[in-house]
Design a protein around this ligand. Structure first.
Ligand code: SF4
Length: 655
């Protein structure tokens, strides 16, 4: 990345580089042109990873020292813009892999891990900015456990203290995430820490990073990447305040934007209005029962994505209302106002008594998909996942696959295989995965095609197809999110084409639009592509998915100009979203992703649902193929899903 001494406002204008192998660090000025073209956060991180990988072979081992991981913030972070407390983390994912040819995927092509961006709130992203840097770029691998301290512009690689570890069965392993955080917070009062947990230390393919006790860089395996680098934690502390191109203008327009977002949060026609009370759990009732604006439900996944509905009496135990009963006060990300989706929670009695935070919709939905109908156990599992540094969502998908394999008798040779509906089994299996403490845990902590091969090795060859059929995370899947994938073809397209892997729901969300009548291959493809590009902007601006306001509106663009001095029109801002998304896709192409990956439909998803309001729905591979054709045309990619050099040039991606 080129150097510049030009002044920045909004951003700190500084990049911090860490080479863990050499234990060297340095800070350099950032290039304003890169921040103009890629905005910040996720966008700049995509550029930094592209520059690292371009011109070389694919990065074949995301757990090798060559994998770069970048933590970053953006210009709006730590300003009065509502929800401006989200940070980003990018790397090549450890879950989205299928490097060896496998017979259960027709037309398989080797896949070495996709570029993954993970978003996290809490205080950490804003504290990183206060510490004086926009992006922290971490390369290499330390030869002994270390941690990084970013304090008031100074970057240090320090030995990880013995207190951060414990002995478990003769093995030295990191303590739970909260113990690491508490130790470092005591050492550096006022700081914020992001760290791995035991899952990351053991390089579980879906290990997350945990910030501020319960905020996570969740999806894709950031914790495993830290573990592979012998890196335990990054602690940030600083007092820098945000600089403004035109402070008075920013304050004036900021109040206008604040009032707009406040209005959304009190408008019953907007989903933002439900967030301050029910948070994301509002979607539980919506997905099961419907009832919002006259829509029907029937898309809350059940029994490893076989159905979108189950008995109403069972649902009442894990409904939106059930989780409202244990909710406490707001416990929101730094700088969040009005939308405020997160609440603390506590369970007063019983085997799962304790305090923590209310689990999110996606987590709950994916554990209902394991037929877990015990609210208090879900609360406990959520807390435990945060402590162990395991992504709750991918855990749900992996666990549902394990339960189906056990139900079909394929896990008989493993002690303690989990059964559908058993919370104690799920807790035990979660711990076994995170600590790698038994054979089953070590197997299911890997990417899914290795799991299928491992289970298949103990079964007749003729059973391999059936084994693979139980695992919806096969062929580099991240794991489907909490909306039943059979229910909506547009959402299935969003799942299938997300840059960070099959099953991701955050890059495009089509449910309201499809319930409102959006249909047809071209329309669905266009909607998904526009959503993905818009989300690339939101992530690059350090904002939350629930920000709700339009980042290409005149108001937001004027505010952005008052903050950074950068003039963007709606067209040029939208072009940044396209540029970021296409560059990420290009990196994924280099890692082996093409149409074969996008087009894969887990066979069990082609079986129609047998009950509920959406009875009869299933994924139609031929129709999905036609949406994919339209999607590639919309994106300007080849029929095989490849971003060519001409498109990159037209989008302004410098080689
Ligand atoms: S709406 Fe929720 S996730 Fe988003 S910034 Fe606020 S508290 Fe955080």
């Amino acid at each position: 990345m080129g150097l510049s001494t030009s002044g920045f406002t909004g951003y700190t204008g500084k990049l911090a580089w860490v080479d863990l192998t050499a234990r060297k660090t340095f800070v350099e000025p950032a290039d304003p042109a890169v921040y103009r073209d890629y905005i910040g956060g996720r966008g700049v991180q995509a550029r930094l990873i592209y520059e690292h990988l371009k011109g070389s072979e694919p990065l074949k081992d995301p757990l090798g020292p060559k994998n770069r991981i970048v933590l970053g913030s953006a210009a709006p972070n730590d300003t009065l813009i509502p929800t401006a407390g989200r940070g980003s983390c990018s790397f090549i994912g450890t879950m989205t892999r299928s490097p060896e040819a496998v017979p259960w995927v027709p037309g398989h092509e080797p896949l070495y891990g996709l570029i993954t961006h993970s978003s996290c709130g809490g205080l950490f992203p804003n504290m990183l900015k206060r510490a004086g840097i926009d992006h922290l770029i971490i390369d290499g691998k330390a030869d002994a456990p270390v941690r990084i301290l970013v304090s008031e512009g100074k970057i240090e690689v320090l030995p990880a203290e013995d207190e951060l570890f414990e002995d478990r069965g003769g093995r030295k392993i990191v303590r739970a995430a909260s113990a690491i955080t508490d130790f470092l917070t005591k050492k550096y009062p006022g700081s914020s820490t992001v760290c791995l947990g035991p899952g990351g230390w053991n390089k579980v393919a879906f290990a997350c990073l945990t910030a501020d006790h319960h905020r996570n860089f969740g999806r894709g395996g950031a914790g495993a990447v830290f573990g592979s680098k012998n890196l335990v934690a990054v602690t940030a502390f600083g007092r820098e305040t945000v600089s403004y191109h035109d402070r008075d203008k920013f304050q004036r327009l900021g109040k206008e934007l604040d009032a707009l977002v406040k209005g959304y949060a009190s408008d019953p026609a907007k989903t933002a209005s439900f967030r301050p009370t029910a948070g994301t759990t509002w979607w539980l009732d919506r997905a099961f029962r419907g009832g919002y604006m006259g829509k029907e439900g029937g898309y809350l996944p059940w029994h490893n994505f076989d159905e979108g509905s189950f008995d109403a009496a069972d649902y009442a135990k894990v409904s939106t209302g059930a989780f409202l009963e244990i909710a406490g006060k707001h416990n929101v990300c730094n700088r969040c106002r009005h939308i405020m989706c997160t609440r603390s929670a506590s369970v007063d009695k019983g085997p799962y008594a304790g305090s923590g935070v209310r689990p999110e919709f996606e987590t709950i939905a994916l554990w209902i998909n394991c037929c877990i109908l015990d609210r208090d156990a879900i609360f406990r599992l959520n807390h435990l996942s945060n402590e162990l540094g395991i992504d709750t969502m991918t855990l749900g998908s992996v666990m549902a696959g394990a339960m189906e394999l056990a139900e079909k008798g394929y896990l008989k040779s493993y002690a303690n295989a989990p059964a559908f509906g058993s919370a104690p089994d799920m807790i035990r299996t979660l711990e076994a995965i995170a600590y790698g403490s038994d054979e089953l845990g070590r197997l299911f902590g890997q990417y899914s095609d290795r799991v299928i091969a491992g289970v298949g090795a103990a079964a007749p060859a003729s059973d391999l197809t059936e084994i693979a059929r139980s695992v919806t995370t096969a062929f580099g899947g991240l794991g489907y999110a909490g909306v039943e994938p059979k229910a909506f073809p547009g959402m299935f397209t969003a799942y299938g084409t997300s840059n960070r892997g099959r099953g991701d729901h955050t890059y495009a969300w089509t449910i309201q639009a499809e319930e409102g009548g959006l249909e047809g291959a071209e329309n669905l493809a266009g909607y998904v592509a526009a959503g993905q590009e818009g989300k690339a902007l939101v992530d690059s601006l350090g904002l939350c998915d629930f920000f709700t306001a339009d980042v290409t509106s005149d108001l937001f663009l004027s505010l952005y100009q008052a903050l950074t001095g950068t003039e963007h029109s709606a067209a040029s801002m939208t072009a940044c979203g396209k540029r970021i998304y296409a560059l990420e896709r290009h990196v994924n192409n280099l890692q082996g992703r093409g149409r074969a990956y996008d087009a894969y439909v887990p066979p069990k998803l082609t079986v129609p649902m047998s009950r509920g309001a959406l009875k009869g729905r299933a994924v139609d591979p031929a129709y999905y193929g036609s949406i994919l054709d339209a999607y590639y045309r919309t994106q300007g990619w080849s029929k095989e899903g490849i971003v060519d050099a001409g498109l990159l040039e037209r989008l302004g991606v410098k080689p």
